[in-house]
Ligand binder design. Structure first.
Ligand code: ATP
Ligand code: MG
Length: 623
């Protein structure tokens, strides 16, 4: 998509607002044509006439005042329309960029989130600045063309000299285009680097202090700052230099024109009215020409901003940056409607065939993974560290773009997993979940209004009730990066409660074991499977999960090493036997640990009085 195409598509968004703005600003910029004509008429026809009627002297004052007041009136209406228009434009661009990121949730941003913010701020502002030039363009163009026609009618030679700067300025701006882009790019990159560094430093304050790396961090900060200072200076200096060059070319030409006017006047070919008209037109005329020149410069520079915004989108979707859509500036957006056909959509079976994904520029990933899951079943994915468990789950959910393979839901091919496998069809708790800086309640409900029973159910299933007692504000405690720092396990369970709140058909857990102790995870599975009709895929190596599983997939180096029930796998798979034994020794360690945490152990022990805790018994219970 070129800058021209992009701007063309942007203007199609709210075209009425653009036209209203162009008209209002057109009137605003072209009204001064009347001032020049009025001055010529006054000096040539009235001031030079022998009439003693001094009342005529008031006419130009009244006319100029009328034009000025009309302009002020137009200005106030125009500024209101302009602000409305730019807020719509900024909102649609930012909304599209955010939607682009959201459609590709598993993908890493091209830089840190802090740097991505500069794309939402500076790059969007640059687009708006160029649109502003296009709003002013028509009024300035009308003004320039009418002025040219009037001036050429009086003296074509002087008028030709007035056009000269237009050619010069356009040429200059064209020539400077690639240099302008280079400086802008360097400035944005330097800003991005320092923003990322600040964000990273804030996130790792403790590590920096413990490592006594303050001085090292500070000197790196200074180096980055210096780089940014230089890049910003070059960019800003070049922009101002181009602006002032445009202005100066025009000022010099204005001077030459005035000298020519004086010579013409001396020769008697120029009247006082003519010189008044030329003087009145030349300043605004040069502004118009300077704008046209600057627009060429802006057009070239915008390629950088456009490229930076487009990179936030999935390959092939970049053009959606200029997609039109509803913006609700003055009211809340209407509630999203429930998707139609929910009943037919309810999970009956899920089939995965030959799923493959390899990380870019690496051999790591998953290859040719297939499995099947029926409603009400529990599938456990297990394997050593780095065997590809998270990659498999993320590829299934479309958070990583699959290279090959098919996902089939109720016998229907899922074309876009990221858009399809989301609540209420499927919900997911990642291995390292994140909470927002908000109350625990908001984090769990995600803004939905829920009744106390629904909340209690989610909290109970996620084994959170003891944690709540320990939190002073209970559900109203502010958590997340700017609140109470919850433990890894508490975050995992809050995220689990959030997931359960969606009442999705398929629940996907990525490795609860990495943050929960043996007892808590055991309680969680017990409570979850006491519910009717739970369909679940879980990454886990815990015995409790493995024993309950209807099917287990053992991954090794990104491939399925073995597949079956626990008893089958313990017979046929060496890898499974190793994992099972490894888990036994960990569980023994964890039991000792649990004894040191009486609060948890007491409740979880009481809750655990239900199903058996050893695999054989669990299997016998038919779980
Ligand atoms: P764990 O038990 O530690 O959670 P896992 O089985 O979930 O491990 P994955 O996170 O799926 O493992 O990673 C599988 C392999 O892919 C690992 O070797 C990992 O180092 C590698 N990997 C992960 N992310 C990337 C990436 N962005 N680029 C290249 N390789 C990656
Ligand atoms: Mg993992």
């Amino acid at each position: 998509m070129t800058v021209t195409n992009f701007m063309g598509r942007l203007f199609q968004f709210r075209p009425t607002l653009y036209i209203v703005n162009a008209l209002l600003w057109g009137v605003f910029h072209s009204l001064p044509v009347g001032v020049g004509l009025g001055m010529k008429w006054f000096f040539d026809d009235r001031a030079m006439s022998s009439s003693q009627d001094y009342l005529w002297l008031a006419v130009p004052l009244v006319a100029v005042a009328a034009i000025r007041f009309t302009r002020i009136g137009v200005f106030y209406v125009a500024i209101f329309e302009w602000v409305t228009y730019i807020y719509h434009l900024q909102a649609v661009l930012r909304r599209n960029m955010l939607a682009g990121i959201m459609r590709w949730p598993g993908r890493n941003l091209p830089a840190s989130p802090g740097e991505a913010m500069t794309r939402f701020r500076e790059d969007v502002d640059e687009v708006v600045e160029y649109v502003e030039s296009w709003v002013d363009f028509w009024g300035r163009l009308i003004y320039a063309v009418v002025c040219l026609a009037i001036m050429a009618n009086i003296n074509w030679l002087i008028t030709a000299v007035a056009i000269l700067p237009l050619v010069l300025v356009t040429l200059l701006n064209n020539l400077s285009g690639s240099r302008a882009r280079r400086y802008t790019q360097a400035n944005r990159e330097a800003t991005g680097r320092i923003t990322s560094f600040i964000a990273e430093t804030f996130g790792a304050v403790q590590a920096v202090k413990l490592g006594q790396a303050e001085q090292h961090v500070l000197s790196r900060f200074e180096r980055l700052n210096e780089g940014r200072r230089k890049a910003a200076l070059m960019d800003s200096l070049f922009k101002k230099w181009m602006q002032s060059l445009n202005q100066h070319v025009l000022s010099v030409c204005t001077g030459v024109i005035l000298l020519m006017c004086a010579a013409e006047m001396k020769a008697g070919r120029f009247t006082v009215g003519d010189i008044a008209l030329f003087t009145s037109y030349l300043t605004s005329f040069s502004f118009s020409i300077s704008l046209f020149g600057y627009m060429v410069f802006q057009h070239k520079r915008l390629r950088v901003a456009l490229g930076r915004m487009r990179i936030l989108f999935r390959p092939g979707e970049e053009d959606r940056v200029a997609e039109a859509g509803d913006i609700h500036l003055y009211a809340d957006a209407p509630e999203a409607e429930e998707p139609a056909g929910r009943e037919e959509d309810r999970l009956r079976s899920l089939e995965v065939r030959g799923l493959t994904y390899t990380y870019p520029e690496s051999e790591n990933g998953i290859r040719d993974i297939s499995f099947q899951l029926e409603r009400g079943q529990f599938l456990v994915i297990t394997g050593r560290i780095g065997s590809g468990k998270s990659t498999l789950v993320r590829t299934l959910l479309g958070l990583l773009p699959k290279a090959e393979g098919n996902i089939v839901w109720n016998g229907r091919w899922v074309e876009k997993p990221a858009e399809f496998l989301k609540p209420p069809r499927s919900a997911y708790t990642p291995q390292v979940p994140r909470l927002f800086s908000d109350t625990l309640r908001e984090n769990i409900t995600q803004g939905r209004i829920v009744g106390p029973e629904e909340m209690d159910r989610a909290l109970r299933l996620a084994v959170m009730e003891q944690d709540l007692l320990a939190l002073e504000g209970g559900l109203e405690t502010r958590v997340g990066p700017r609140g109470v720092m919850l433990s890894g396990g508490q975050i995992q369970r809050a995220a689990t409660a959030r997931m359960l709140m969606t009442h999705s058909d398929l629940l996907i857990f990525d490795d609860l074991s990495s943050a929960l102790d043996v007892e808590t995870e055991k309680t969680l599975w017990e409570r979850l499977f006491a519910e009717p009709d739970v369909t679940c895929i879980a990454v886990s190596h815990r015995r409790e999960a493995l024993a309950r599983a209807d099917r287990i997939i053992v991954l090794k180096d990104g491939r399925v090493d073995a597949e079956g029930t626990l008893s089958e796998l313990l017979e046929i798979s060496e890898e499974m036997r190793l994992l099972w034994q490894g888990e036994a020794s960990q569980a023994a360690g964890a039991a000792g640990e649990a004894a040191r945490v009486p609060a948890n152990a007491a409740v979880e022990g009481a809750e655990a009085a239900g199903p058996a805790t050893i695999p054989g018994a669990a299997a016998a219970a038919g779980v």
